[in-house]
Design a protein around this ligand. Structure first.
Ligand SMILES: Nc1nc2c(ncn2[C@@H]2O[C@H](COP(=O)(O)OP(=O)(O)OP(=O)(O)O)[C@@H](O)[C@H]2O)c(=O)[nH]1
Length: 375
């Protein structure tokens, strides 16, 4: 056996395609699958309801498409999804289906995508074979505004997206719909400030625009972190939303995207304790966390952090900094948490001075501090 064949296989990118009921996920998937760039794509479809129909609508449906059993996504999906992904790998490894280079998972319209991300982040075997490329959220240009008002899951779907695709803009033809679409764009920009918004009807939702969200570049091994992190877009949106606090929609107010950053190198123990505390106190409210860290112990090899709710992906270290920005930067999307609370914690753990703020030693040496902090 040659050296090359003994190398572990490159993890395959997985794109999560989500969006509310009827938003246009299957239509988009069909359009994408017809593009040459999408050849060698395996598709997993999860459906809600008694009888699965979507697979009949996905024209690509074949042996490389796995239909997941129906059921409540949050409860039963984890096992099904892991099984579905393993089944795809088995079929590929046995030669039953041609090798595929990527996977798209279409969720049900009612799904909270977080449990699906957990499967991809936690399953020991799947972690070796798959990597999350990004979350694409489909939003209906006509009904999207009302859906965000009525269905909290649609707000979560938008908030954790890396790319947003607006569908049905071809139906926006009255002054009322035009005004609604403008308001919808504003809300999306605030909910997911880092996510580019693409219009399907204008042909903007191409594989090139939707895939390769930046975390991983197999060619260089140095990801496009600024694209993935989108921390500047998040900071800009934070400023705007502060300036227009009174315009904020009641539902969206609960979701906040913000960044924390520091120039100073951070010890592995400090970042570990900070994350432990944030997860312990705000777990389910932390919708998403992305970050790059300048480690005091190894400043040339930044650490990449990637989390959904209380679940953190095993951190990976990059071979080098992707660009000139060598600060530690964390982007967080939270629900019902005041960013200032997390900012203060971050400053304390990073040793950044602040008036009236306990420092890390005071917190970790305090006998009343949570057990995990007293190391
Ligand atoms: N006019 C117009 N119709 C669209 C567009 N995208 C989707 N549709 C229509 O919207 C309807 C729902 O689209 P689907 O692709 O089935 O939506 P879905 O998100 O997969 O739906 P569920 O699986 O039920 O959640 C279909 O009738 C589509 O033809 C669009 O950009 N313009």
């Amino acid at each position: 056996m040659s050296e090359a064949t003994r190398l572990p296989p490159e993890p395959l990118p997985v794109t999560l395609l989500t969006g509310f009921l009827g938003a246009g996920k299957t239509t988009l998937l069909n359009t994408l699958l017809q593009q040459p760039d999408m050849a060698d794509t395996a598709v997993l479809i999860n459906e809600f309801g008694e009888i699965g129909l979507d697979h009949l609508l996905v024209q690509h449906f074949d042996d490389a498409t796995v239909l997941l059993a129906s059921g409540c996504l949050c409860c039963t999906i984890r096992g099904d999804l892991a099984e579905g992904l393993e089944q795809l790998l088995r079929r590929m490894d046995n030669g039953a289906i041609p090798p595929f280079r990527r996977v798209v998972i279409e969720t049900t319209g009612l799904a909270d995508p977080a449990p699906i991300l957990h499967v991809l982040m936690m399953h020991p075997y799947l972690l070796m074979r798959f990597r999350l490329d990004g979350v694409v959220t489909v939003v209906d240009a006509v009904n999207g505004l009302g859906t965000l008002d009525a269905h909290p899951e649609s707000v979560r779907q938008a908030a954790i997206s890396d790319r947003i695709v607006l569908t049905k803009t071809d139906l926006v033809d009255t002054p009322a719909r035009i005004a609604d679409l403008a308001a919808l764009r504003q809300r999306l920009a605030r909910l997911a400030p880092g996510a580019p918004v693409l219009e399907a009807a204008k042909g903007e939702a191409t594989p090139a625009a939707l895939l390769g969200a930046g975390l991983y570049d197999p060619a260089t091994k140095i990801p496009d972190v600024s694209r993935w992190l989108a921390d500047e877009a998040v900071s800009a949106a934070e400023e705007t939303s502060r300036a227009h606090a009174h315009d904020e929609n009641r539902h969206d107010e609960r979701i906040r995207a913000f960044t924390v950053a520091t120039d100073a190198p951070v010890s592995a123990a400090a970042i570990d304790m900070f994350l432990e505390l944030v997860r312990g106190t705000h777990g389910p409210k932390l919708l998403r966390l992305k970050g790059i860290v300048k480690l005091a112990e190894d400043p040339e090899h930044p650490l990449v952090l990637h989390g959904v709710q209380h679940v953190l992906h095993p951190p990976s270290q990059l071979p080098a900094w992707p660009d000139d920005d060598r600060r530690t930067r964390l982007v967080m999307i939270v629900r019902d948490v005041e960013p200032a609370v997390i900012r203060r914690l971050f400053d304390a753990f990073m040793g950044l001075p602040a008036i009236g703020q306990p420092d890390r030693v005071a917190m970790t040496d305090n006998p009343l501090a949570p057990h995990t902090l007293r190391r």
